[in-house]
Write a protein that binds this ligand. Structure first.
Ligand SMILES: *Cc1c(COP(=O)(O)O)cnc(C)c1O
Length: 373
């Protein structure tokens, strides 16, 4: 069976973990953590980075930094992982779900605009499959109405929009290093702060509501409780594991892109009227987080997944639309979200991971083509 995902392993993980075992800092914010922060700040020009214990935690920090009040509204895609909405719901906001665009699960300025009211405070964009949302019109819309923009860049490491790194365009950004992402440390994430106004408070929220990080830098001579917060920082073990992967980022990205291109070429002659291949818009780069197909119907997708399983391939569907979820559908305003529903019914993801070989990709592509014949 060709598995859907195999988490990447660089081979340096154990050596770096051992280094932590023999050090005196095993809690958070040690040398490996700082090295990871510096990597992202220097490579992508992010204003400030803070590793977190998950992408969900990074989103929760974003929501806390937005200082939401009861009754405030936050616009979120419905076709996304639960955390994109949950982080804001936990802060007491009302979540208003936006529909995807017609060609890709990303939300657009057109699907967001009709949802903006006097109570709207934040727009959350998700760069699905690492493919950038069209950010210029979204940032312009936000500016017009004085809204904050949070980028859920969980899938978007090393991806760009018109030359700008994703996660670095909105006021705040969140990455995930869950094992399903291009690079990982089992569970992990990172907050990116792009707006100076949030820099100081982000560090306090990160350190359980204290100014301990400033104390460690020698900026204050004692530290204490000064705000809300939680224990958002990961231990040095997580950071060491992550560092072993960050060192290989270029190699990982190169290999994943090659696999993505193999799929794209092998499947180029599928009947376009029955099944769609992913399209990368001119303004976006491809970080090869995912290769997906969009079938014509739920019934066809179900048959395709079963057919691939019979041929030794584990393919999977993706999100169940959040507006129709058991937890939230009662609170959804009832608007139909047809594009989101379409991706919920018809999108199927094929295996994509570093170790996947060209022969395996050809086998998978042949099975897909045989199904459509
Ligand atoms: C993976 C993912 C998350 C959650 O990240 P965790 O690290 O698993 O908490 C959030 N949003 C999106 C779009 C994701 O793909």
């Amino acid at each position: 069976m060709i598995l859907f995902n195999k988490p990447y392993y660089s081979g340096k993980e154990l050596a770096y973990l051992e280094q932590v075992c023999h050090s005196t800092t095993m809690s958070g914010n040690g040398d490996f953590t700082k090295q990871c922060h510096r990597f992202f700040e220097e490579r992508y020009g992010f204003r400030k980075c803070l590793l977190t214990t998950s992408g969900t935690d990074a989103l929760e920090m974003c929501a806390m930094l937005c200082r939401l009040q009861p009754g405030d509204e936050v616009i979120v895609p419905s076709y996304t992982f639960v955390s994109s909405a949950l982080a804001f719901l936990r802060e007491g906001a009302r979540v208003v779900f936006a529909d995807s665009g017609p060609d890709h699960p990303d939300i657009t300025a057109e699907t967001i605009r009709p949802l903006v009211t006097s109570r709207t405070k934040v727009i959350v964009v998700v760069h699905y499959a690492g493919v950038a949302c069209d950010m210029d019109p979204i940032m312009a819309l936000a500016q017009e109405h004085g809204l904050l923009v949070v980028e859920d860049a969980a899938q978007a490491i090393d991806a760009f929009y018109k030359g700008r790194p994703l996660g670095g365009i909105g006021h705040l950004g969140a990455f995930s290093f869950h094992e399903s992402k291009n690079i990982h440390c089992g569970e992990g994430g990172m907050l990116v702060v792009n707006d100076d106004r949030f820099v100081r408070r982000s560090e306090i929220l990160w350190e359980k509501g204290t100014n301990r990080a400033e104390f460690y830098r020698g900026m204050v001579n004692k530290y204490g409780w000064c705000d809300m917060g939680s224990s958002f920082l990961p231990s040095e073990f997580n950071a060491a594991y992550l560092w072993s992967q960050l060192e290989q980022l270029d190699d990982i990205q190169h290999k994943r892109l090659q696999i993505w291109m193999w799929y794209h070429e092998a499947l180029a002659d599928l009947p376009a009227s029955r099944v769609k291949l992913p399209v990368i818009p001119d303004y976006a780069t491809n970080n090869a987080h995912m290769f997906f197909l969009v079938c014509a119907s739920l019934e066809e997708r179900t048959r395709l997944i079963a057919y691939l399983k019979e041929h030794g391939v584990q393919a999977t569907f993706h999100y169940l639309p959040l507006h129709a979820s058991a937890y939230y559908h009662d609170q959804h305003d009832g608007r139909p979200l047809p594009a989101c529903d379409h991706f919920g019914d018809c999108l199927v993801r094929l295996p994509l991971y570093y170790e996947l070989t060209e022969a395996e990709v050809n086998h998978i592509a042949e099975a897909v083509k045989a199904f459509y014949r």
